[in-house]
Design a protein around this ligand. Structure first.
Ligand SMILES: Cc1cc2nc3c(=O)[nH]c(=O)nc-3n(C[C@H](O)[C@H](O)[C@H](O)COP(=O)(O)O)c2cc1C
Length: 163
């Protein structure tokens, strides 16, 4: 089974957290590849994926326009029926990362994806809408890496169960 992670990054934080999710997925012996929207995507690989996770930096309390643009315009990669998930990076807890994630969740649902985060159903650590890492709050960015890995593990477990 194949999984993909599509994200936009300007400063590298969102890429770094995507790598942590990938580490969690790989720990379940599931193949995963990362795709930055700054580069050409591998359509064939992504069309073969059972699930795709989307990552965004928080910009003005919502997701980055490059992620929305891709989700709005792309017609080459089929999303319907795949497992979907979202994560965000941000400066501050009150900076709108939840809105960023939820703006993507709405699009994924519209595209027919089965959106999954694990929610509170799997107990601690609780990951409600999707994992968030804050780069301007103490050591939160580094401390979040284990949480992102856990999200990857949970997402892979669900994909293995479903597909
Ligand atoms: C133009 C701009 C707007 C931003 N807006 C917000 C915001 O509204 N809330 C927030 O918490 N962080 C905001 N940030 C911080 C970024 O979300 C954060 O630094 C993120 O980790 C950057 O990701 P990247 O390194 O992958 O590009 C903003 C950053 C920039 C450059």
């Amino acid at each position: 089974m194949k999984l993909g992670i599509i994200y936009y990054t300007h400063g590298g934080h969102t890429h770094e957290m995507a790598e942590c999710i990938a580490e969690g997925i790989q720990s379940k012996d599931v193949e995963v590849r990362l795709f930055s929207l700054n580069e050409q995507l591998d359509e064939n690989y992504l069309n073969e994926c059972a699930g795709i996770i989307f990552g965004t930096p928080t910009y003005v309390a919502t997701s980055h326009w490059r992620v929305i643009e891709w989700l709005t315009k792309d017609r080459t990669i089929k999303l319907g029926g795949k497992l979907g998930g979202c994560f965000a990076t941000a400066h501050y807890a009150q900076g709108g990362s939840d809105s960023a994630i939820m703006s993507l969740v709405g699009i994924l649902v519209t595209k027919g994806m089965l959106v999954y985060s694990g929610g509170s159903a799997l107990g601690k650590p609780f990951i409600h809408h999707g994992p968030v890492a804050l780069d301007a709050v103490g050591n939160h960015f580094e401390e979040s890496k284990e949480l992102f890995k856990t999200f990857g593990q949970r997402f892979a477990d669900k994909a293995l169960e479903l597909f």
